[in-house]
Ligand binder design. Structure first.
Ligand SMILES: [Zn+2]
Length: 777
């Protein structure tokens, strides 16, 4: 019997499905130290799972368009000619080795393996006689990012050794670890590891993770002793107090300096340490961190920080260096670790959210480039090099990890976490081999058919994650409908004797959802469809809606929006079943009905266009008139942010290390609008400027009445303090200065203009602005 849906049969829709190929099985080199805490859900070596749907397309491209194309000479350059181009250049090779090894296990690609073998041998050649394998000159050792580089070298080389069986790099790893053990510690004559790098010591002490891995691989007790020292160092007076803070305050923004990537890296190491010690406080601290992030510090797309830090409760601006990809990858690792240790579906739920939205959104759809900050609106900053950004080597690690948790096993049998099409070749804990073939167009279709093939008939459970967004999942086995409730672990378990060819059919009806914004997104809504966060994107604008800034959601009721998926137009088709989503809304001014198509966040901005997750509701009386305008400034500056989002985060600057006679911040509206009051909010003070020098006059308020017209001065910010080129007169970040027009002016654009200050560096000057607002008379 076949699943009947909308009058068509599932099998008809799935005709012509690609056959799948699994790489030859790989057996990792065993560890010498047994685990005290067994995983509830097993880590799957990447050769066990082969995905062919949307996620599979991104996995394949991660290898063929990114990892295999990286130039090893670029990875090794800072080691061959120390100190390299910048202070953390040493991290890239280890991160590449980790991602590329997992990708090779997944595909078995001989070209990638040859590149791995060669790069590993060359890296080991760069080790100095005393064991040092960083990129620093001897005089600068252990000051910033070289313990960090040793961390990634160990992670990369240990992953390589375990999967290839080539143990040649082991002496290199031991010498690196021995050097760290001798150099750092709390014994007389040893250095303080906390002081060997940034972020309250969280950067250098994140070497915990590979030190646990090396201890387990070698059984060498001194590596365990070093791990214990790291745990002690966290609680030293100058340490980040990671575990104690998470146990008491239960807030990640209060740990160390709140730096997200380094903190999550430490927590991932702590969970590896928990596995061999069983110290329950570590698990409890990590669970507290997870709950805090999910409840108060997570974006809709699964991004988990802005400005690279965790901030106050619900402090989640849409632009302000949001969504560092290194944080996305370590957040994925953290959830995958907790999923293994607890076996609870809530961690798999977060994995789906972050993988299908933020991670794939950080990867350019052709998989050749990555973004550093992948924000809730703006443009995606894709780069196909390794230059300048940590994230460019972190993103590929996140993608390479997907097969390790997409499908899994536990004491009851099989667990399905992600629903991409493909094949899994799993081994149950009693040694029974079970292969699964998943046919689906998910997430473009909620129907998923899994053919179960145990080597012989066998009683076991298949646990299914029912997506949290799904209100009415339907399950059948060989055509018979089943009713299942999630158990305490969050999964619906189907326990039966499975025989080769058994068919499990799932239907997760895909539906639109509207999220009404709160906190920083008040007055805005976001739209989701099934697991996908949707975006407005310039690539899909039409005559009816020509400008992203003018798109409003007239009525946020799901029924009124009439969200309808349709195949992506050819230029945006990132995989065969890619979709866009047509919605109905109204023209903001005329009230005429308009239609606009939205893109999934993962595909948005893929062609270099601007996109936006949170879409404004119609303007409320008394609201800022400039919200929908286009912002500009005299000089682009060197930070990203917005001055017309009613959000004090993400102030912009005009800094370019040059002098300028004047600087301005402007917002241009679509049509002339009557303004009664203009508010300028100061950005930040820096040692070398950031304010207007008012010694020759207060900042001016100017308007432009029509397109291309002259700027007219209508007044000045009389309440701006008596600043000078060198004194900011104690201006506060976000401080508001108001100009009340004596008679209202109808203007197309408004700007504030003044003389930039240079602070302690008179050879240049710049100003900054957090918000420019205008209100009704
Ligand atoms: Zn990064």
């Amino acid at each position: 019997m076949q699943l009947q849906l909308r009058g068509k049969t599932l099998s008809l829709l799935l005709v012509g499905f690609a056959t799948t190929a699994l790489a030859a099985p790989v057996t990792p080199v065993p560890e010498k130290i047994p685990w005290v805490v067994a995983d509830r859900q097993d880590f799957q070596h990447p050769d066990r799972v082969h995905l062919t749907g949307w996620v599979g397309t991104r996995l394949a491209g991660n290898e063929s368009n990114r990892l295999v194309k990286i130039d090893p000479a670029r990875l090794l350059e800072g080691y061959r000619q120390r100190p390299g181009r910048q202070s953390w250049d040493g991290e890239h090779v280890g991160k590449w080795l980790h991602a590329a090894t997992l990708a090779w296990v997944y595909t078995g690609d001989p070209a990638l393996r040859a590149k791995l073998d060669n790069t590993v041998a060359e890296l080991c050649q760069c080790q100095l006689a005393d064991g040092y394998l960083g990129t620093y000159l001897e005089k600068d050792r252990w000051t910033e990012w070289d313990v960090w580089a040793h961390k990634y070298n160990l992670i990369g080389l240990i992953t390589y050794m375990r999967y290839t069986g080539n143990m040649a790099p082991l002496p290199t790893c031991r010498r690196m670890a021995d050097l760290l053990c001798q150099t750092f510690g709390d014994q007389p004559g040893q250095r303080d590891l906390i002081k060997a790098g940034h972020h309250a010591g969280m950067a250098p002490t994140s070497v915990l993770e590979p030190m646990v891995l090396l201890y387990r691989l070698t059984g060498e007790p001194r590596y365990l002793d070093f791990c214990k020292y790291i745990l002690r160092s966290w609680e030293q007076p100058n340490g980040p107090h990671i575990i104690s803070t998470l146990l008491t305050l239960k807030r990640v923004d209060k740990v160390g300096n709140g730096k997200a990537y380094e903190m999550l890296s430490c927590l991932n190491g702590a969970l590896e340490y928990y596995r061999i010690t069983g110290d329950r406080q570590i698990l409890e601290a990590c669970l507290n961190a997870w709950q805090d992030i999910v409840d108060k510090r997570l974006y809709l797309t699964g991004a988990a920080s802005y400005g690279e830090h965790f901030h106050d409760d619900y402090d989640l601006p849409n632009v302000a260096n949001v969504g560092e990809t290194c944080v996305t990858t370590t957040w994925i690792q953290f959830n995958a670790q907790l999923l293994r240790l607890t076996g609870e579906a809530r961690f798999a739920e977060q994995l789906e959210r972050v993988v299908l939205n933020q991670l794939l959104g950080a990867q350019r759809p052709d998989c050749a480039a990555w973004g550093y900050y992948v924000q809730m609106e703006g443009k995606k900053p894709y780069s196909d090099s390794l230059d300048g950004h940590c994230c460019l080597s972190s993103g590929p690690r996140g993608v390479a990890l997907i097969p390790t948790f997409a499908a899994s096993t536990d004491t009851a049998g099989v667990v399905l976490n992600l629903y991409d099409a493909g094949t899994a070749r799993l081994v149950l804990r009693d040694g029974t081999q079970v292969s699964l073939t998943t046919e689906t167009r998910y997430p473009s279709d909620g129907r998923v058919q899994v053919t179960v093939n145990p080597a012989a008939p066998k009683a076991f459970a298949i646990k299914l994650r029912i997506p949290a967004w799904c209100r009415s999942a339907a399950l059948t086995v060989n055509g018979t409908k089943l009713v299942g409730q999630p158990a305490a672990d969050g999964y619906v378990a189907i326990q039966r004797t499975w025989t080769a060819g058994d068919k499990l059919e799932l239907n997760f009806p895909l539906e639109p959802r509207v999220v009404i914004g709160d906190h920083k997104n008040q007055g805005k809504v976001a739209l989701l469809y099934g697991p996908l966060v949707l975006c407005a994107d310039e690539a899909l604008l039409t005559e009816a809606v020509k400008n992203l800034a003018t798109l409003t959601i007239a009525n946020p009721e799901v029924a009124a929006l009439s969200v309808t998926p349709e195949p992506s137009p050819a230029h945006l088709k990132t995989w065969p079943d890619a979709q866009v989503f047509r919605i109905k809304t109204q023209d903001r001014k005329t009230g005429a009905p308009v239609e606009v198509r939205l893109l999934p966040f993962a595909d948005a901005g893929g062609t270099g266009t601007r996109y936006k997750v949170w879409l404004p509701l119609p303007r409320q009386p008394g609201a800022n008139l400039l919200l929908d305008g286009a912002e500009s400034r005299s000089r682009p500056g060197n930070v990203s942010g917005s001055i017309n989002d009613d959000d004090l985060q993400g102030p912009v600057v005009t800094f370019d290390n040059q002098r300028a006679k004047e600087d301005w911040f402007a917002v241009t509206l679509e049509t002339p609008t009557t303004l009664g009051r203009v508010v300028f909010r100061h950005g930040n003070n820096f040692h070398d400027g950031g304010w207007f020098d008012a010694s020759a006059g207060k900042p001016k308020v100017q308007v432009q009445r029509e397109k291309g017209g002259a700027w007219e001065t209508v007044g000045e910010l009389a309440d701006y303090p008596a600043t000078t080129a060198t004194s900011n007169a104690k201006l506060k970040p976000g401080q508001a200065f108001t100009f009340q027009l004596t008679s209202p002016v109808k203007a197309l654009a408004v700007r504030v203009l003044g003389v930039p200050a240079g602070g302690d560096n008179p050879n240049q000057g710049f100003a900054s602005c957090a918000e420019l607002q205008a209100f009704d008379p």
